[in-house]
Write a protein that binds this ligand. Sequence first.
Ligand code: FES
Ligand code: FES
Length: 133
Amino acid sequence: MAYSAKVMEHFSNPHNVGEIKDADGVGEVGNPKCGDIMRMYIKVDNDVITDVKFMTFGCGAAIATSSMATDLVKGKTIPEALKLTNKAVMEALDGLPAIKVHCSVLAEQAIKAAVSDYYRRRGIDPTPIVGEI
Ligand code: FES
Ligand code: FES
């Protein structure tokens, strides 16, 4: 199994690590098979994700995909962020080994979970907008 240079870079020096205390949305997802957990915090202003941070307890690929996913949604509108796919995260990282593809799925789901929480806090049912996570 070989990791791309980009994966190694984001694993060794992940971007947007941490918590946002006054976040507008927090999403947590996990994979029961590997036990890894990803938590994402978003700050939203006028439908734009002005800040995003993550805490991931998991493998190197989970950390690298969290880092890349947060980079990709930062400064984007909520509808743009919801278009983020695990495939786009993998491509931005120059690929992942097959057994690590689910780590990128977790990153996509974590963003969606944070957006869902953002809608819920505003009294809006997120399911029709975000879909099932
Ligand atoms: Fe070992 Fe995720 S499988 S840390
Ligand atoms: Fe499960 Fe990476 S091995 S998220």
